[in-house]
Design a protein around this ligand. Sequence first.
Ligand SMILES: NC(=O)c1ccc[n+]([C@@H]2O[C@H](COP(=O)([O-])OP(=O)(O)OC[C@H]3O[C@@H](n4cnc5c(N)ncnc54)[C@H](OP(=O)(O)O)[C@@H]3O)[C@@H](O)[C@H]2O)c1
Length: 279
Amino acid sequence: MIVVTGATGNVGRPLTRALAEAGEQVTAVSRHAAAVPDGVRHVTADLAEPAGLEPALAGAKALFLLLSGDLHAAGASPADIIGAARAGGVRRVVLLSTQGVATRPFGETRIAMRALEDVLRESGLEWAILRPGGFASNALWWAESIRTQRVVAAPFGDVGVPIIDPADIAEVAAACLLDDRHTGGVYELTGPEVITPRGQAEAIAAALGSPVRFHDLTRDEAKAAMARSMPAELAEDTLTILGSPNPAELRVSPDVRRVLGRAPRPFADWAARNIAAFR
Ligand SMILES: NC(=O)c1ccc[n+]([C@@H]2O[C@H](COP(=O)([O-])OP(=O)(O)OC[C@H]3O[C@@H](n4cnc5c(N)ncnc54)[C@H](OP(=O)(O)O)[C@@H]3O)[C@@H](O)[C@H]2O)c1
């Protein structure tokens, strides 16, 4: 049995489906009850309380571990989750980390994620680490304004990075969970090309068959908008990455092709599959 945390999110949902379709027994974990594919067991648990994961982890052979940023910020000890996994009999953990651990190693959440990577490496378990860059699904931030006004309001409209389709992350995760050859692998996951926010808006417009206007926000306007849903310091950090990606963050990684034997999917593919959110 394989346990998937974050099972109802952008990565976890396609991963759960892929593992079930591969004939694996899957336990899907999230805090809220949710529909899961036929044959998949759903367990409600909060990763902030690793002891509560015991019913999900008992008898599991492998774990896909996805932590939201607030777990680090809250000062929880995600390392306890790895301890709970080992106690439950888990032999392999695939950790969803972040590209920033390598490309921008300073900052509270990236330091915490690096520490968790190190705990996993030293755990005695089999492991693989996925380090994705920015997700295509971040475009869902614009869903409401596109639906209601056909507008994307964003800063740095002409500054792009090679964003990754979460479905590709899920496919790489499935490979790492199922195939021994990925044990000890550290994979940097990006999309196939650098794409700007303006380019993303154009791809969504093409999939909609309707024009979408791009409204440039200043850095201060963007910070004020972001600070409504995240700490000001995190907004500042995120804006620095979005506005001034460094050479390592602009690089198209070969790792999706290395694992899956095919190129990563372009943003237009994600937009077409998720267009219902923008109609
Ligand atoms: N977005 C990016 O550009 C980016 C880039 C690099 C790395 N990442 C990493 O990717 C991860 C986010 O992946 P995603 O987009 O697939 O996530 P997502 O769509 O936001 O979904 C989060 C999932 O985790 C569950 N969850 C959240 N908090 C939980 C908790 N305390 N206990 C148990 N389950 C919890 C959610 O369900 P419930 O709410 O029901 O619990 C949901 O299933 C984060 O670790 C982030 O650091 C993101």
